[in-house]
Ligand binder design. Structure first.
Ligand code: SAM
Length: 216
């Protein structure tokens, strides 16, 4: 896979099958923090002492790593539970080679196809390998925050459908927040149909705002 240095000097890759990059070129690490961690209020949630996160399309693990760093910065004793959904098992090898500026990235680098659960003190990260449309049905817990980070609706339409969004809502706690980079009208309409409160998220690396959906 072709490596790309993004504008904040962090690394991403170009996926040939989808012909898209894993992160925006304005900054891979900045995108994780600005479009996912901050809109989901991870620091604030961590103050309560425990936080559960569903990371849909785990990829290189940047969104999870940024969330763990933010949660521990806010509350070093916070219990953190992450479930990641990812279909590409080859990424585990790639992750081991990346230098990413997250304190918690060493944990993510311990993941592999034989060891898809990492437990370290108060932190648990578990990856459900396979198509997220199926693996989400195996989840029997509810989350405080959801990161929805598939490739674009054009390249990965199955992860932007009403049915899939419905499956996501079923594993969210009342009051929880979903963050995604897309601002697509069809996405926002589906979220509204499912009775999410839909708001503009931050603008980063493009002209339009990302999307925040609150489960009221
Ligand atoms: C934009 S990248 C995610 C980047 C990631 N969130 C990060 O922080 O590095 C999209 C990811 O979705 C994964 N993916 C694509 N289709 C999928 C599916 N049906 N189920 C689960 N994962 C899928 C790809 O393998 C890729 O890792």
């Amino acid at each position: 896979m072709k490596q790309i240095i993004t504008k904040d000097n962090s690394i991403t890759f170009h996926n040939e099958k989808f012909d898209e990059t894993y992160h925006c070129l304005a900054g891979a690490v900045s995108e994780a923090k600005i479009k996912f961690v901050e809109p989901c209020n991870i620091k604030k949630l961590a103050e309560s002492g425990s936080i559960s996160i569903l990371d849909i399309c785990f990829g290189l693990g940047y969104n999870t790593a940024a969330a763990i760093d933010a949660a521990l910065e806010s509350n070093p004793d916070c219990k953190i539970n992450v479930i990641g959904l990812e279909e590409d098992v080859k990424l585990f090898d790639l992750i081991k080679e990346i230098k990413a500026p997250f304190k918690s990235f060493r944990l993510i680098q311990k993941l592999d196809k034989f060891n898809s659960v990492i437990i370290d003190k108060n932190i648990q990260i578990k990856i459900l390998l396979g198509d997220a449309k199926e693996t989400i049905k195996k989840i029997n817990q509810k989350f405080d925050a959801v990161f929805l980070d598939p490739f674009s609706p054009k390249k990965c339409p199955g992860l932007w459908t009403l049915d899939f969004l419905k499956s996501i809502k079923q594993v969210m706690k009342p009051g929880s927040i979903l963050a995604t980079y897309s601002c697509a009208t069809h996405l926002r309409e589906k979220l509204k149909k499912l009775e999410f409160q839909v708001k503009d998220g931050p603008i980063f690396g493009r002209k339009s705002a990302s999307t925040i959906a609150i489960f009221k």
